[in-house]
Design a protein around this ligand. Sequence first.
Ligand code: HSE
Length: 300
Amino acid sequence: EKVKVVAPATLSNLGSGFDVFGMALSEPFDIIEARKTSEPGVIIESVEGWGAEVITLDAALNSTGVAAAEVLKKSNADFGIAFNIKKGFRPGSGIGSSGASAAGGAVAANLLLKNKLPPRDIVACAAESERVTSGSFHADNVGPCVLGGFTVIRCYEPLELKKITPPKNLGVVVVMPSFTVKTLDARTVIPKQVKLSDMIYEVGNASSLVLGMCSGDVDLIGKSMTDIVVEPSRSKLNPGLMDAKKAAIEAGAAGSFLGGSGPCVIAIFDNSLTDGKPILDAMLDSYKRANIAVDKTWIT
Ligand code: HSE
C-alpha cells in the first residue's frame, strides 16, 4: 500500500505573529511518497531534489522520519513505513522546508492509518519533528502545511490552532537569496525578554492582521506585519533584508516581512490591483545593489 503527499512551502511569523501565524503557499512543494512495510519502524529510502545532498537518510534525524515515527507511535501502528522524498525547495530557506517534509511525513503516515488521528495530532507530531531538527517545538510552519490557508496557534500547551481562509486577492512575492540561515542559529539571536510597550505594539498588530484576514482587507494585513522584536534581531543574519522590504513597500506592496528565520523575504500585495511583478523587480534590484545573489523567486 502506497500514498503520495504534496507538502507546500509555508510562510511563518508574518511579522507580528512570531511562532503563532503561518500561511500555506501553492508553490514550491515537496512530494513525499510512503509505502507500508511489514517490518515496524521508519526508513528513508531516498531523498532527491533541491538541497537533497544536505538531508540525512537517518530516519531518527530526518524531518519526515521523525514526524512519521511520532504518528506511528501515537496510534500504536503495527506496521512500518518506507519513504521516498522529493524536495521542491532547499533547507535553510525560511519558507518551511523542514516543516513541509515533517508535515508531509505525518500526513502520509496518517493516510496509511486511514486517518486514524485528527488533524491537530498530526500537526503536533510534525511539530515534534521540528523540535528535533530545529531545537524548538514550533508549529507555525507545520500547522498551515497540514491544514492549509492561514493559521493561528492560539495555544501551545495544549496545542490549539485556528484556521482562516485568506482573502482571494492576497498575492505573495517570495524572494530567496542564495545564502542559507539555520533556524537553530536564528533562534539564539532573538531577545529573551520583551518590553511591555513592545508587547502592546505586537499584540495590536497581530490582532489587526487577523482582522484583515477575516475581513479581506489586504492593506490592513500588510500594515499589521510590522514586528519590532524578532525581525530586527535577525537582520544581521539576513543581509539585504531591510532594504528589500523598503523597496517592496515603495513599489506598492501592502506589507513585507522576513520569512521565518530567513533568508526569504516576502511581500504581499492586492492581486486585483497588480500582478506583483513591479514589487518583485524592485526587491531584486535592491539585492543586486547590495551584491547579494538571489536563488529563486515566486509570485503566488
Ligand atoms: N517561527 C519560527 C521562527 C519559524 O521564526 O524561528 C522557523 O521556520
